[in-house]
Design a protein around this ligand. Structure first.
Ligand code: HEC
Length: 109
């Protein structure tokens, strides 16, 4: 075998190992998009439930979404709604975050 053939064989081996490592990584650890999607769905369901129990007695979801949309952009809307909820309603700070995340997602639709 010439020097070039040995080098080529080594490169092939390295490439195969890298491919195997990537394949194994995907099996053991699914791509973030899948996990993120599931997590986002869970968070949305939690936000919807929390809105239902802490806000819906006095507001429709549409009202809250409308409030977010009156800000120049949704980041501003998020900040202003988060600040408002600190002294509003009976939900905890953690619940407020879930509710705001949910409503911002709805306002994006
Ligand atoms: C006991 C009734 C009650 C509950 C529960 C309640 N609110 Fe309110 N909310 C009000 C009242 C009254 C106002 C002031 C009047 C208005 O602007 O609608 C208000 C104001 C707001 C505003 C500002 C509206 C604006 O145009 O300035 C937002 C946004 C809002 N609430 C969202 C929520 C969210 C989200 C929740 C749940 C975490 C919640 N509220 C829980 C009664 C309630």
């Amino acid at each position: 075998m010439t020097q070039t053939a040995v080098t080529r064989a080594m490169l092939m081996l390295v490439a195969m190992l890298a491919a195997a490592a990537v394949a194994f990584g995907c099996l053991v650890n699914p791509p973030p998009a899948t996990r993120g999607g599931v997590a986002a769905d869970d968070a949305a369901a939690r936000g919807a439930t929390l809105f239902e129990s802490h806000c819906a007695g006095c507001h429709t979801e549409q009202d809250a979404v409308q409030y977010l949309r009156t800000a120049p952009n949704l980041d501003g809307g998020r900040r202003s709604l988060s600040a408002l909820l600190e002294g509003h309603g009976d939900s905890s700070a953690g619940e407020d975050t879930a509710i705001v995340d949910y409503l911002v997602a709805r306002a994006r639709d």
